[in-house]
Design a protein around this ligand. Structure first.
Ligand code: NAD
Length: 310
């Protein structure tokens, strides 16, 4: 249905003479999974080990459970091995560290993730530091963050990597562009700003990293060729903040109760899509944009296990 939406916006944009393109994360991620499935077949044909991804889920958080289940499904589709370790919400930090130690030493497990957020009584940093950097497919360990910053081969956090992959596949121009990233979290905003300023494509942007203490954010956004909104405030980016022809990447996912939906909720992005899209050259929808690309990027990272080992 994005195709239909694309056509509608193209029609509206005919006056601008520059069609707007919806960056379709759903379609692109399906293509990536197909490509990875082919690579798995090749690995098998060569008699090599197929990557095996494990995930640790602590507690019963609904969104986390959905995300982890989706990751396991993706592994199955691609042909990776997968193991889901579910631990109760009252798991102690010591118990979780023990489970991590086991995965670090398990030769069958090539990579694993600890689904965030963790229950409040567990120190997230302590946990991330305990993950063997060679198995850290989320790319959160300081050693991997350091390598990413130096543009060395490593695991890159899934959301920024998924965005970069989307930009690459749609050949979105980035060189010399003004890019504004809103949000400076360790998992999205901060790595995104690093990747887009790197000396390669997609990169070579002039990046401004904005956050809750930024002054004149609207004005800064109006000067942006590319906006990456990753703050978690539905509809934050409005049409008056966006320059004509900009590329807008909406990372935000906020669950809003909606009894008309089978799931009981709907997802809202950080961008006022309907008002902003007609001004854009490229835009990601929510859902169907960055979310599926994040999942695909985790699968790409898991496949990287075979390359980084070589
Ligand atoms: P976070 O809460 O860790 O960070 C939010 C950032 O936004 C902070 O750096 C804060 O300074 C900034 N911020 C908050 N209010 C602001 C304001 N008014 N103006 C400017 N900056 C402001 O969030 P996160 O983990 O980076 O996630 C951000 C959003 O992206 C959330 O909605 C989350 O659900 C979503 N997310 C989506 C994916 C995906 O796959 N699509 C992945 C991760 C996170």
């Amino acid at each position: 249905w994005w195709k239909k939406r694309n056509d509608e916006y193209d029609a509206r944009n005919a006056l601008r003479n520059e069609p707007m393109v919806v960056l379709d994360g759903k379609e692109t991620s399906a293509k990536i999974r197909q490509e990875l499935a082919l690579k798995v077949k090749e690995l098998k044909a060569q008699g090599r080990k197929v990557p095996h991804l494990a995930a640790i889920l602590v507690g019963e958080d609904g969104a986390s459970r959905t995300y982890v289940n989706a990751k396991v499904r993706d592994c199955e589709e691609v042909g990776f091995g997968s193991t889901l370790i579910k631990l109760p919400a009252e798991t102690t930090e010591a118990e979780l560290l023990k489970a991590i130690g086991k995965l670090n030493h398990d030769e069958d497990i090539d990579g694993y993730i600890v689904q965030l957020p963790l229950p409040k009584h567990i120190d997230e940093t302590k946990i991330l530091l305990a993950v063997d950097p060679r198995k850290d497919v989320d790319g959160f360990h300081p050693q991997n963050v350091g390598k990413m910053t130096l543009n060395l081969p490593t695991y890159i956090p899934a959301t920024p990597q998924g965005i970069v992959e989307l930009l690459r596949r749609y050949e979105v121009p980035t060189e010399g562009k003004n890019c504004v990233v809103i949000g400076r979290s360790n998992i999205v905003g901060s790595p995104m700003s690093i990747l887009l300023s790197q000396h390669n494509y997609p990169g070579n942007c002039t990046v401004t990293l904005c956050h809750s203490r930024t002054r004149d954010l609207e004005e800064i956004c109006r000067n942006a060729d590319i906006i990456v909104a990753a703050l978690g405030r539905p509809g934050f980016v409005t049409a008056d903040m966006v320059k004509e022809g900009a590329c807008v990447i909406d990372v935000g996912i906020t669950r809003i109760d909606d009894s008309s939906k089978k799931s009981g909720f709907r997802l809202l992005g950080d961008v006022d899509f309907d008002a902003v899209a007609p001004k854009c050259s490229f835009i990601t929808p929510v859902p169907g944009g960055v979310g599926p690309m994040t999942r695909a990027a985790l699968m790409m990272n898991t496949m990287k296990v075979t390359e980084l080992e070589d």
